[in-house]
Design a protein around this ligand. Structure first.
Ligand SMILES: NC(=O)c1ccc[n+]([C@@H]2O[C@H](COP(=O)([O-])OP(=O)(O)OC[C@H]3O[C@@H](n4cnc5c(N)ncnc54)[C@H](OP(=O)(O)O)[C@@H]3O)[C@@H](O)[C@H]2O)c1
Length: 262
């Protein structure tokens, strides 16, 4: 049986990704910090998939701690065998203007979103290359495609993943390992609900008032992209256009924002 490891698997998009892979017959390791939330997630998955009681392994781990992450992956691979698919969903966002945000909160976003992803990849990549087989999907954000006021740490951490994914994809080429990255839009999850209450109006102007996506839809598209080894996965025409034609679209958006806020 194939094995998925998903960081941030106890909630939101990560949890839905786990659900999709369970339905495909995978064994699934969920990683996150809070053990109680992991157990609740497992119960929820089992209610929907009663035939899979032995297919879900839980590891309580902080992705920011590389030693812990390595141990977590070793524990998961000991339980279910080599990791066939890694999806890095653990993330955080704390909207706040740069000069009001403490360095701790700024750095913590970089630590989870960027280094937490790097550590997870480092823990599985050598094995995948050796076996000449594996799929990696990094979850970035639409916020990686354009700078957003009050999101400096988040934008920086998520856009750093783009360069990381591109370089890694080229390095992994020829080893049977695909590296993909996706840029989800606003998605109805606990992270979004917390974020929206902190999002300042100027950020909302730039981001537009789009109805948040369902995590199930995002997860399904993301899994399809992972399985096809796509370089990038976008959600909806607007973000796809922004990605492809950013040099033309961004100046217009920034001009409009400047006029609206003058
Ligand atoms: N929701 C959106 O609108 C949206 C849009 C674009 C991109 N994204 C990205 O999609 C990913 C998933 O977001 P979501 O909305 O599904 O969030 P969520 O529902 O809040 O879930 C976040 C998950 O990450 C885990 N996590 C957070 N910090 C961690 C750490 N240091 N170590 C290990 N696990 C950690 C959380 O569990 P613990 O707290 O127990 O550790 C939880 O399982 C994130 O990378 C996010 O940035 C979300």
């Amino acid at each position: 049986m194939a094995h998925l490891i998903v960081t941030g698997g106890s909630s939101g998009i990560g949890l839905e990704v786990a659900r999709v892979y369970l339905a495909k017959g995978y064994r699934v390791t969920l990683m996150a910090r809070r053990a109680d939330l992991l157990k609740t997630a497992r119960d929820e998955l089992l209610t929907a998939n009663p035939a899979t009681p032995d297919a879900i392994f839980l590891v309580s781990v902080d992705v920011c701690n590389e030693t812990e992450m390595r141990a977590a992956v070793i524990a998961a691979e000991t339980e279910y065998g080599p990791c066939d698919v890694l999806v890095t969903s653990a993330g955080r966002v704390d909207p706040q203007f740069f000069d009001s945000q403490s360095s701790e909160v700024f750095d913590a976003q970089l630590a989870v979103n960027f280094f937490g992803t790097v550590y997870a990849v480092r823990a599985v990549l050598a094995g995948m290359k050796q076996r000449r087989s594996g799929r990696i999907m990094l979850i970035s954000s639409g916020a990686a495609l354009i700078g957003i006021p009050a999101y400096s740490a988040y934008c920086a951490s998520k856009s750093a993943l783009t360069g990381f994914a591109e370089a890694l994809r080229l390095e992994a080429h020829g080893y049977g390992v695909s590296v993909s990255i996706c840029y989800p839009p606003d998605t109805l999850t606990p992270q979004y609900e917390r974020e929206i209450s902190l999002r300042p109006p100027i950020a909302q102007v730039l981001m537009g008032t789009v109805r948040p996506w369902r995590p199930k839809t995002v997860a399904q598209l993301l899994v399809d992209g992972t399985e096809r080894g796509k370089r990038q996965v976008h959600f909806g025409l607007t973000l796809k256009l922004l990605s492809c034609f950013s040099a033309f679209i961004k100046p217009v958006m920034f001009w409009r924002l400047a006029r609206l806020t003058a």
